[in-house]
Design a binder for this molecule. Structure first.
Ligand code: THU
Length: 142
């Protein structure tokens, strides 16, 4: 289980996610989202959604943050925070859950709403019985 987060870490992540939301490129949905991933290196990696006229090529805020981190050399994460302008808590989509789970089943996901309230889940709770690298390793040879 990951260490629990301090209030300072949570507030820093939510503030970074809200700030990243301001950079979203979302002309088609008008639904800007920001994310902030806390790396095990102690750095915060931010991301926003980047939409495309083809729609299907859209990249969510969470994946942008994770991909930025990986490309800068950090592969371990403690938490990922998400900020959208919704009354309800904004949870990651299925694709983003799979991408977050790639880097650890105990990563904490902080889903926030427009009032700044939040709920914390582990990625294991959000993607139970997900497809993992263990399955590839356990494949029966035939
Ligand atoms: N989106 C995210 O970036 N993250 C989420 O957690 C939910 C959805 C984006 C994708 C698309 O650009 C827009 O929000 C509407 O679905």
């Amino acid at each position: 289980m990951a260490d629990s987060l301090s209030k300072v870490e949570i507030n820093d992540l939510l503030e970074a996610a809200r700030s990243a939301r301001g950079k979203a490129y979302a002309p088609y949905s008008s639904f800007p989202v920001g994310a902030a991933a806390l790396g095990l290196d102690g750095r915060i990696y931010t991301g926003c959604n980047v939409e495309n006229i083809s729609y299907g090529l859209t990249n969510c805020a969470e994946r942008t943050a994770i991909f930025k981190s990986i490309s800068e050399g950090n592969r371990g994460f403690k938490a990922v925070a998400i900020a959208a302008g919704t009354d309800d808590y904004c949870f990651p989509c299925g694709a983003c859950r799979q991408v977050i789970a790639e880097f650890g089943r105990d990563i904490l996901v902080i889903s926030s709403n427009s009032s700044g309230r939040y709920i914390i889940s582990t990625i294991e709770e959000l993607l139970p019985a997900g497809f993992t690298a263990d399955m590839l390793r356990k494949e029966t040879a035939d």
